[in-house]
Each structure stands twice: as structure tokens, then as C-alpha cells.
Design a protein around this ligand. Structure first.
Ligand code: PLP
Length: 457
């Protein structure tokens, strides 16, 4: 029997009754209930009680141009009226995907050749892994199928991309990772560096660890390496000096493809158009999502060079088709919004804004190091984090996640939404943030930190 709808139910009660949330303790949700966001404007969002917050994480690291940007809304409306849907199977195409592919290849800092479209960051990474395997078969190297990502890296949640992700909660009870997906050292100098080891020496050790893993597995069996220029969901990990230079030397030695996951870093976040530019990475494949449309529309793209693409084209020709593609891949709505979003980022020079306001904000965050609870302040451009500790000398916490959780709750009370990954609290505001707004955000962080200090005594 169908249950009668209860029209007296509050949205909170309905949410608890019927909405299964991602990345949420489902049992706890019954007690805590949802935080319902009603609207957004610029860097701010407002909940259903009318309380306004700074969106300190741009939603999920993604609303680059801010909420309610009319240019994106108008571009979406125009595209929906003209051609609300089309696909790219069987030689079909449409203007929005054509123009966007041109635009992305032109934006690339290294020679790129083709763009393949998907719907989310996870799906894009999943697709790249399939392409890596397909390519090795095309090259007559069926043994070359293993791939290496990094502990604490984040590449998504589908079976393949969750396997690439190097975080325990994405593996536990999901029977992941799948085989042939391996992980090497997280490049977090503050946490992983040894006593007396310089940043450069630590970077050398990371590259040596990678090479040792390749040797152990057999150099002919390793096909690709995955990295975010700056790790995001792993707690905002900025690579140590010389890290990518040394990593790339190892990859070149063993003919291994470099996949740069620019899902967070792409389109200005680090103060350059791509995080790969900031760290002088010359990837074969660039994975993009989130900020490509400022997340107004779910959308993702994989850009690749000829070294990666040509064997795929050969194999598709000998089989008769590239047996992969999505109904929504290159969706006209997403492509049109992406084009307009990139135009806004370029015309308003939001990349420079990320650099300038980001530097100012980081300088202010640095002053928090005086607090007995701040172990590290890290970041680049407009992506940063503070790491809370109970004991600065040993860089340790008494209960993992407690300080981060308290800090996050205090900030939310004080009008700033962000996210804590255990005891790292991340900041990744929209790229449009002004210096004055960055100061406003900093004041909330500083006030919240003082509250946490007194809370724990
Ligand atoms: N790659 C990176 C670097 C990400 O940060 C994310 C999401 O946070 C993903 C991939 C997965 O993207 P999605 O959530 O769209 O599947």
C-alpha cells in the first residue's frame, strides 16, 4: 500500500525520511538533520532560516565565479532554447562541444590534441583508466596495466576512481581498491618529513619511493601515474619544492603516462589557469570538472596529447568503434556554460585575483600559527588549510577529527561554511572573492579558533 503523503511534514523531516546523503553518517543524520541552503549570491549562501554564510569551500571546491552569475544563467537559457540536448556518438556533434574543445586545447600550457567528455570527476578518471588499459592493448603491451596514485590523493568514488583515491573511507567496506591500482607516498612534508630532512630531500625520497614501487612491480607493468597538483580532499597538500620535477624524471625513465587530475586545481584555483602550470607539470592527460562550469552544470572533460590519443584512435579503428561514451558526454548545456564560465574567468582575470587575494589571505592565516592549536598553515592561490593539533611539538592530536570538527562547527555558527578533513580545515572560496571579503572570512576563522581554544581549555 502506498503511504499517504504527509503535507504537514517540514522539509527537515522529509529530508530525514527520504534523502540518503553522500559523505554523511546516515544514522547520525536522523538526529542532526539537514542544513538546507535556499539561495546563493556571489560568495554567500543563505539557509532556510535566513542566516547568511560565506561559502568558504565554493560548495565542493567548485563555484569559481560565485553564485548567481547572470552570464552563466543566460548562456544556459540560450543553449536550452536552441538545442537542449545532443550527443557525440556515431560522428554526431554540436557547436557548443566543438567550440569548447577548441577553447580547452588553446588554454593548455602543453601541446594537447583531443578532448573527451564525461559527467563528473569520478567518471572522467574512470574513463582515463579504461583508456590507459585500451592504449596498452593497442600498443601490444597487455602486461602494462598497473597504475600508481598516491596515498591521500582523491580521484572520485566510482569503482576505478575510488580505487585511485588513496583514502581509507573510500575503500573500507566497499571491497576496494581493485587490483592493478597501487599507491605511493603522500607528498606532505610537514606530516611525512623526517627529523632533519629538508623539503628537497623529502621530495627526493618521494621520487625514490615511486621508483622503488615501479621496480618492485616490474617497470614493464606500470602504465600511468595519477596526481592532483595540489591534493584537495586529502587535506590540501601542497607539494614540497622540487617534487614534481623529480617525479616526472622517474615517469619519463619508465615510459609512464602522467595524468594530472585538475578537477579542483583547474581554471585558476592555484593562481594559474592550471595547477600543472604552477608546478611545472607537463601531463599527457588533464582531467577537468567542477570549476569548468563553476558546477552550475555537472560536467567533466579529459584532455589528452597525441602520445596518449593516437593508440586509442588506432585501436578504435581496428575494432570498428571506441566502445565507450556517455549519453550526457559533452552535453550542450554543460559545454555552453563551460565556455561562458571560462570567458568570465579570463575577462575578469580571476586567475590573477586568485593569486593576489590568495596571497593576502594566506599571509593572514600565517598569523594563526601563534595559536597553540595550529600545527601548519599551507596553501597556494585560493586553496589553503590550517591543521589543528593538541601538541605542536609532536604534531599530534588526542582524538583524530575532534579539533577539526569543533573548528568547523564554530565557523558555521559564526557564518562561514567550510569542511574539515580530520583535523585539517580547508578554505577554497569562489575566485571572485575580494580582499575585503577575504578579511571578513579571516576574522570569522580567527574568532572561531579563539572559541575552540577556550572550549578545550
Ligand atoms: N578528482 C578530484 C581532484 C576531486 O577533488 C574530485 C571531487 O572532489 C573528483 C575527482 C571526483 O569528482 P566528482 O565528485 O565530480 O565525481
Amino acid at each position: 500500500m502506498t503511504e499517504l503523503k504527509n503535507f504537514d511534514k517540514t522539509p527537515e523531516a522529509s529530508d530525514i525520511a527520504h534523502h540518503f546523503h553522500g559523505y554523511t553518517d546516515a544514522r547520525r543524520h536522523q538526529d542532526v538533520g539537514p542544513m538546507i541552503i535556499e539561495s546563493g549570491q556571489g560568495i554567500y549562501v543563505t539557509d532556510n532560516s535566513g542566516k547568511r554564510y560565506i561559502e568558504g569551500l565554493s560548495g565542493l571546491w567548485s563555484v569559481g565565479v560565485g553564485f548567481q552569475e547572470d552570464r552563466l544563467i543566460n548562456a544556459a537559457t540560450k543553449q536550452l532554447k536552441q538545442l537542449p540536448y545532443y550527443h557525440n556518438f556515431g560522428h554526431k556533434s554540436h557547436q557548443a562541444a566543438i567550440a569548447l574543445s577548441d577553447q580547452l586545447v588553446e588554454l593548455a600550457h602543453v601541446p594537447m590534441s583531443k578532448v573527451f567528455y564525461t559527467n563528473s570527476g569520478s567518471e572522467a578518471n574512470d574513463t582515463v583508466l579504461k583508456m590507459v588499459w585500451y592504449r596498452s592493448n593497442a600498443l601490444g603491451k597487455p602486461e602494462k596495466k598497473k597504475v600508481i596514485a598516491r596515498t591521500r590523493g582523491y580521484h572520485g568514488v566510482t569503482i576505478a576512481s575510488a580505487s585511485l583515491t588513496g583514502l581509507p573511507n573510500n575503500h573500507r567496506s566497499f571491497d576496494l581498491p581493485i587490483d592493478r591500482v597501487l599507491h605511493t607516498t603522500a607528498p606532505h612534508y610537514w606530516k611525512e618529513g623526517r627529523d632533519g630532512e629538508t623539503e628537497e630531500q623529502f621530495a627526493t625520497r618521494c621520487a625514490n619511493d615511486l621508483e622503488a614501487l615501479i621496480q618492485k612491480e616490474g617497470p614493464d607493468t606500470v602504465a600511468a601515474f595519477w596526481a592532483e597538483p595540489v591534493m584537495g580532499a586529502g587535506g590540501v597538500v601542497v607539494p614540497p619544492k622540487t617534487y614534481f620535477e623529480k617525479i616526472q624524471a622517474v615517469l619519463a625513465k619508465y615510459d609512464i603516462i602522467f595524468v594530472a587530475d585538475e578537477v579542483i586545481c583547474g581554471f585558476g584555483r592555484t593562481g594559474e589557469m592550471f595547477g600543472s602550470i604552477t608546478y611545472d607539470i607537463r601531463p599527457d592527460v588533464i582531467v577537468m570538472s567542477k570549476q569548468i562550469t563553476s558546477s552550475y552544470v555537472p560536467f567533466s572533460a579529459i584532455m589528452m596529447n597525441d602520445r596518449f590519443y593516437q593508440p586509442l584512435a588506432d585501436e578504435s579503428h581496428s575494432i570498428g568503434t571506441f566502445g565507450h561514451g556517455f549519453t550526457g558526454g559533452g552535453h550542450p548545456l554543460g559545454a555552453a556554460v563551460a565556455l561562458e564560465n571560462i570567458a568570465v574567468i579570463r575577462e575578469r582575470d580571476l586567475v590573477a585575483n586568485a593569486r593576489e587575494v590568495g596571497t593576502h589571505f594566506l599571509q593572514r592565516l600565517e598569523t594563526l600559527k601563534e595559536s597553540p592549536l595550529i600545527g601548519e598553515v599551507r596553501g597556494v592561490g585560493l586553496i589553503s588549510a590550517i591543521e589543528l593539533v593538541n601538541d605542536k611539538a609532536t604534531k599530534s592530536v588526542s582524538t583524530v577529527g575532534k579539533l577539526g570538527g569543533l573548528m568547523n562547527a564554530a565557523m558555521q555558527r559564526n557564518g562561514l561554511i567550510s569542511r574539515n578533513m580530520a583535523d585539517a580545515v580547508a578554505f577554497c572560496p569562489p575566485l571572485i572573492i575580494t580582499k575585503a571579503q577575504a578579511d571578513e572570512m579571516f576574522e570569522i576563522i580567527a574568532k572561531s579558533l579563539r572559541e575552540v581554544e577556550s572550549e578545550i581549555g
